[in-house]
Design a protein around this ligand. Structure first.
Ligand SMILES: [Zn+2]
Length: 107
């Protein structure tokens, strides 16, 4: 599974983070964007259609911006731990890459 989508570095800022991948691509991605695409059992159902996703995004956007804890999971993902309600979602590298390409700013 090691490939271009492997995350090689994560720099955590206060409101966003910089994700660097094995192929040299780098993106600034806000924590809100990452959280709006969380795949945990609690967050994922809220993205199942456009209407629910919109409501979910509005709800997340109203939360205080929070710098999550980040724990590596094996060599394939990261768990972000937000005190305001989401802590068990594993964000795989390939998922983070899709989020970065969709919602991040390419550096
Ligand atoms: Zn979640």
């Amino acid at each position: 599974m090691e490939g271009r989508e492997s995350l090689t570095d994560l720099e955590r800022g206060d409101e966003d983070c910089v994700l660097r991948f094995a192929d040299g691509a780098a993106f600034t991605v806000s924590y809100l964007a990452i959280r709006c695409r969380c795949q945990c059992a609690k967050c994922k159902p809220r993205q199942e259609n456009e209407q629910r996703l919109l409501e979910f995004e509005e709800e997340v956007a109203r939360l205080r911006v929070e710098k999550p804890k980040a724990e590596p999971v094996g060599h394939y993902g990261i768990i972000f731990d937000w005190r305001t309600g989401c802590s068990s979602g594993i964000h795989s590298f390939s998922h983070l890459r899709r989020v970065a390409e969709e919602l991040g700013i390419s550096l």
